[in-house]
Ligand binder design. Sequence first.
Ligand code: SAM
Length: 232
Amino acid sequence: PPLYMQRHQFVVEFVKSCDPRKVMDLGCADCSLLRKLKFHRHGIEVLVGVDIDCAAIRQRAHALAPLSSDYLQPSPRPLTIELYQGSVTEREPYTRGFDLVTCIELIEHLELWEVERFSDVVFGYMTPCAVIISTPNAEFNPLLPDLKGFRHNDHKFEWTRTEFQTWALGVCRQYGYSADFTGVGEAPDPDRGVGFCSQIGVFRRHADVSNAPMNNTLQEPTVYRLLYKVVY
Ligand code: SAM
């Protein structure tokens, strides 16, 4: 299967094994991961997509609408889906307290100073129980035919495994998480040791780090803009 499907399948498998109730996809673009998660729902009750690009979200948002079968066989636990326009560099009070935050092929679109903000927002403010981050593995690039420079002209960087893991472990130390590293997209000759085409970090919050609402968050203004909401 194409690489983006392998990344999404990785998230589906994680949901299957960890059974999160509230899931947020940052940089959801055309909502293709959300559609897949809606289908492989397991225990999910709240499914939220966030992207800075409102047109990208709107394009296929209607595909998240309930099917007639969803009405014919209503679930005992309703599913709420919400899509927001917003930036991962901004603190939005609503985003606190999720079980899982996914961030698939997004960070490489940020400037490095924005990655700092992103780390602080996701791990220091949203404080979800688990975070899945995927990003290109630069060490794999020599195996991609005809590639000059980065894989996409909007990428601000592409990290080696060491660069990604150094950033990730720094975040873990600072905010009280641990991380495991894996990926999807195997090299044809695994002996070359270049790693996966997409590298993935799976982060889990240490049990002693609270993500209860902060005293002052209720007064904080919301900054995201709601574009779509459905409950069924
Ligand atoms: N996550 C999608 C997937 O799995 O197929 C694809 C992500 S696409 C390569 C990167 C997305 O990140 C784009 O939709 C872009 O609009 C979004 N994005 C870029 N900067 C952002 C920011 N600061 N906040 C939120 N989304 C952002």
